[in-house]
Design a protein around this ligand. Sequence first.
Ligand code: PGA
Length: 251
Amino acid sequence: MRTPIIAGNWKLNNTISEAVALTTELKGSVTDCTGVEIIVAPTFTALHAVSDVLKGSNVRLAAQDVYWEDSGAFTGEVSAPMLKDIGCDYVIIGHSERRQYFGETNESVNQKVKAALSHDLKPIICVGEQLEDREAGRTETIIEDHITGGIADLSDAELLSSVVAYEPVWAIGTGKTATPAQAQEVHSLIRKLLTDAYSDEVASQIRIQYGGSVKPENAAELMAQPDVDGALVGGASLQAESFAEIVKSTL
Ligand code: PGA
């Protein structure tokens, strides 16, 4: 049985005080939610304050990116041991916005995934096709490329500590959600790719989140799909109430 996992990706939003207010409200709204893993991913600058607010709660902390070296002359970067030190359990890696605007590639995703895992940080590895890929019938090829490239050379145990997030780029921030059937089709493809690369036993345990315009209104239907194990939520995670409703859609 896979425990559902709902993560809020706050992207480039919230000052420290706004992040603390949102976290405090959210923490209060989900105290009774058991049997679901709940995660928030603030900006680097708010991680410390949010980590303090989350102490003793059932909400876990994630960063939105990580660098693969532990320390050294890499101006502007933040490493896995630093994120662990600040209280992160998870880190989002390879989000389409990082691929699109910041030159993230399958190779850099793979290096970051390995660095995270070696410091006991669980990676949320994002994959997903652009609209033109889907229209040209290339969805499967792109997903296979992201999965085999981003997840290369992980042990069974490392893969089991990872989460995959399927986020069709055309559904991110656009209000256009993939239909539950479209999401299920790609989630089951991802599980098949992992079965081929690892084993049925490993693939059946890994959690695959859907992301792209998830809202309280569409969450339950998406979560009801057999291979959809949770959600990576952008816009709707910036309001405690809507994020809490999405969390509760898994219960
Ligand atoms: P969205 O973003 O929910 O605003 O579409 C999802 C994401 O990019 O993780």
